[in-house]
Write a protein that binds this ligand. Structure first.
Ligand code: ATP
Length: 344
């Protein structure tokens, strides 16, 4: 019998339904059984049912531990922000790498794991005006999420043999970034086999472009992670292929719940036309499957997707001719071939 897992699937807007269909095509080809529990997070349902939809989503995710989230429209509220707050998702892991064969302006190879503290920084305070010509906002750095992110980054380093670089402006932001680096150092001392270096964040941006091979896992505060993620995706050739894990931890630093999503939005301009590229949601799905402990299956999903892209089997946004469905079917067939599973 195939091993079976239950997964919450948060359905969204725009290209969300097409992406969901593509994920199911792929899931059907795996040697594991995934029992998807759908929760409708579309704008229409959120408007009709209000808070109850989020209550349902949170209860389901807490139960299934893992969730796959499709893109949703941010209107009255941002579903990602609501879920992040309600589930205490304090860390975002965003792997970004160049894909052999996919054209980029950048001529080097890049393979970064960005581990970002998902709360605080300047993003929790919209700021306020001071008189007519000034404004101020608070920048918040807290020990707990920094420690959780650092433990996650160093455990990833331990598992993968990769180095960790923490980057901030600790020479200027002495209290906030100083606290961040102190916690990173404290956690690093518990992982002596994982090499750790410290960079100033502005210097890091230049160095990633000049010597990308020197950087593997990068640990950063909220806003720096935001900037670095988009820069790295741009270097890798597309903002449309990024995927993230949004993570919450228990007191022993074990992942308590994890929500996986694509970095892109709902793409209303192409919704319903079969033009959506499912690469990002497939990479998010691969991370989810890895979290279930199915490392070999996760690796097969990721490498099959990337190999096909490299071979020129691509959707139109990447210069190919495949539709969402035909690309999904091709990845599913490749995964089934590699894993010797049933196929589609
Ligand atoms: P939102 O408001 O939900 O963020 P948006 O259109 O402003 O939507 P994105 O959804 O990120 O932002 O889209 C930006 C551009 O990239 C659009 O032209 C869109 O069609 C394209 N795009 C985004 N995601 C994909 C995808 N998965 N496949 C193909 N094109 C995409």
């Amino acid at each position: 019998m195939r091993p079976s897992y239950t997964v919450t699937e948060l359905l969204g807007d725009g290209i969300g339904p097409e992406l969901s269909k593509a994920v199911h095509t792929l899931a059907d080809a795996l040697p594991i059984h995934l029992d998807f529990r759908p929760i409708d997070l579309s704008l229409e349902n959120r408007r009709a049912r209000g808070k109850a939809v989020y209550d349902e989503a949170v209860a389901s995710i807490v139960q299934t531990i893992v969730a796959l989230k499709h893109p949703t429209i941010t209107a009255e509220e941002s579903p990602n922000a609501v879920l992040r707050r309600r589930l205490d998702l304090s860390v975002i892991h965003r792997p970004v790498s160049t894909i052999p064969g996919v054209p980029t302006n950048f001529r080097r190879e890049l393979d970064l794991d960005i581990v970002r503290i998902a709360t605080g920084g300047t993003y929790d305070d919209p700021g306020r005006a001071i008189g007519e010509d000034g404004a101020v906002s608070l920048r918040i750095v807290e020990r707990r999420p920094v420690r959780e992110a650092a433990r996650y980054a160093f455990s990833l380093g331990r598992r993968t043999g990769k180095r960790v670089t923490s980057a901030s402006k600790y020479t200027i932001q002495k209290a906030t970034d100083g606290l961040f680096e102190a916690v990173a150092k404290e956690v690093a001392s518990q992982y002596p086999e994982v090499p750790h270096s410290v960079e100033l964040f502005d210097a890091l941006l230049g160095k990633v472009i000049m010597s990308p091979e020197k950087f593997q896992i990068v640990l950063v505060l909220n806003e720096y992670g935001d900037f670095l993620s988009d820069m790295a995706c741009g270097l890798a050739g597309s903002l449309g292929i990024g995927a993230s894990a949004n993570l919450a931890f228990d007191a022993s630093a074990v992942v308590r719940v994890a929500m996986y999503d694509a970095a892109h939005g709902t793409a209303p301009d192409i919704a319903g036309k079969g033009l959506a590229n499912p690469t990002a949601i497939f990479l998010a799905f691969a991370m989810l499957v890895g979290q279930l402990g199915e490392t070999e299956v996760a690796q097969a999903i990721k490498s099959s997707t990337l190999t096909l892209l490299g071979d020129g089997i691509r959707t139109r946004d990447l210069g190919g001719t495949e539709s969402t469905e035909s690309f999904a079917a091709a990845v599913a067939a490749e995964v089934a071939k590699r894993l010797g599973s049933s196929g589609v």
